[in-house]
Design a protein around this ligand. Sequence first.
Ligand code: NAD
Ligand code: SER
Length: 319
Amino acid sequence: MIAMKSECILVIGANGQIGSVLVEYLKEIYGVQNVVASDLRMPDFPHGIFEKLDATDANALASIVRKYKVTQIYHLAAILSAKGEQEPLKTWQINMQTYFNVLEVARENGVSKIFYPSSIAVFGENVDEKAEQFSYLDPATVYGISKAAGENWSNYYFKRYGLDIRSLRYPGIIGYQSMPGGGTTDYAVDIYHKAVKGEDFECFLAENTRLPMIYISDAMDATVRLMEAPAEKISVRTSYNLAGMSFSPKEVAASILKIIPDFKITYKPDFRQQIAESWPGEIDDSKARKDWGWRPTYSLDKMTEEMISELRKKYQLVN
Ligand code: NAD
Ligand code: SER
């Protein structure tokens, strides 16, 4: 357990799949008064400090940073892989402009640390089935291109200005608390909701498409563990590979069937299949393990048990 710090943390993109869980996680560690959540719109049930913010507006971002004397920024706002392909140039503009604003506002206002989430989408078709930390990056989506560029800008701001930016290449994130927002790995959350509600599931990826994934609790632990690590332990200033588990739609369905034997899945691959095929099936995260002691704790079956149990509570269904 990490002791409470005199930090003020701004989370940008706080209403999303990760942000809505991360904000609560950070509040437990740093205190409710030390976490400022922000997003384009107010949440339905705001709790704690919330500021409406369009992060493409640098002045609006700067005034929030000054108002709260922000010391750390977690910059989550982005358009994800599948949604990004619908509007490539707008996705590039939003993903890059928001990040440039964060970098410049942080530099000019003495923000000491930044968290930048990157993604397995930085890898492309020339990567090995198990992506090494320093693989060649040839992303196939505008989202992946923006994340690879963001990683390089992180490294640049660290080297040129000494800005302490830390980053993880998240795999697909799976959690019961929130819904995903337009990615290629979204099926792996939707499938649990359908299974628990007793509905059949039509998967938009083919049955044997293996992708790296991680349970939300492990992702939260990795994020704060990285941010709390002593600076001298951080040897990668682009972004760390992060792995939890890898599975295909067929394998996650088999895991669900152990608890819900009448669950049915069918497959109807769409444009997201091509995106998934450009990503590696596995990630080598040995650098993160060596540098700052990262270890995942959830297997596929352990995650399935918790997802089903928590979603049954959410939908008020009996076991
Ligand atoms: P999400 O789509 O669920 O949430 C993104 C949030 O950003 C939304 O609430 C949206 O309203 C907000 N946003 C968009 N544009 C904004 C703007 N201009 N100003 C302020 N807020 C804005 O995404 P997520 O799944 O929570 O992902 C968070 C971050 O983690 C993203 O950068 C994403 O690329 C990265 N990531 C996510 C996954 C995953 O599986 N969820 C995997 C790899 C990386
Ligand atoms: N889960 C994300 C997506 O599918 C990966 O960054 O877009």
